[in-house]
Design a protein around this ligand. Structure first.
Ligand code: MG
Ligand code: ZN
Length: 186
């Protein structure tokens, strides 16, 4: 049985992305419907975990304290709508670092599996960039592309991992997951 867990990219999936990075809590703005989707997942017993590349830290664009404040805002916003983000995993390193956590490498996903003591096989890994899908697929997850953020460009560029599902946004991806779940119950 697939674990009741969803792994989300942050920028372009939960909140609007910016080419200039999200450098402050003020710049963090939810995509309409995304927090409600997180709340629905929680109501159906899913754990929601975020895995996000945040190379802005490594580049010195913002510090860890600021990243923590951004994440407090995200937690609070989810909570106000009845949702919960169970954990946030982030890679603070730059693209030229040799870390194992920056997506498309699957290091963060492995850490999620270890921390939650869960098998990731078939778990939905939802992102708007190719590297999100690649990291998820490498960890055995079901890659899901959403067309918010960079998603349309990612779709048009092609070369998606085999079996990638595509939905308009997190709300639509959540509809699919919950519909599939209720089908399996019958
Ligand atoms: Mg993204
Ligand atoms: Zn890293």
């Amino acid at each position: 049985m697939v674990a009741k867990l969803v792994i989300l990219d942050r920028d372009g999936v939960i909140n609007h992305d910016s080419a200039q990075f999200i450098k402050s809590p003020e710049e963090w703005k939810p995509i309409p419907g995304s927090l409600e989707a997180i709340a629905r997942l929680k109501q159906h017993g899913y754990r929601v975990v975020v895995a996000t590349n945040q190379s802005g830290v490594g580049r010195g664009l913002f510090d860890m304290d600021t990243l923590n404040r951004i994440h407090r805002k995200m937690h609070k916003a989810a909570c106000e709508l009845g949702g919960r983000i169970d954990a946030i995993f982030y890679c603070p390193h730059t693209a030229d670092s040799k870390c194992d956590c920056r997506k498309p490498k699957p290091g963060m996903f492995r850490r999620i599996a270890d921390t939650l003591n869960t098998d990731l096989k078939g778990v939905a890994a939802i992102g708007d960039s190719l590297r999100d899908l690649q990291a998820g697929a490498a960890a055995g997850c079901q890659p899901i592309l959403v067309l918010t953020g960079k998603g349309e460009k990612t779709r048009d560029d092609g070369d998606l991992p085999a079996g990638t599902l595509i939905f308009a946004n997190l709300a639509a991806a959540t509809d699919h997951l919950l519909a599939q779940e209720s089908k399996e119950k019958k």
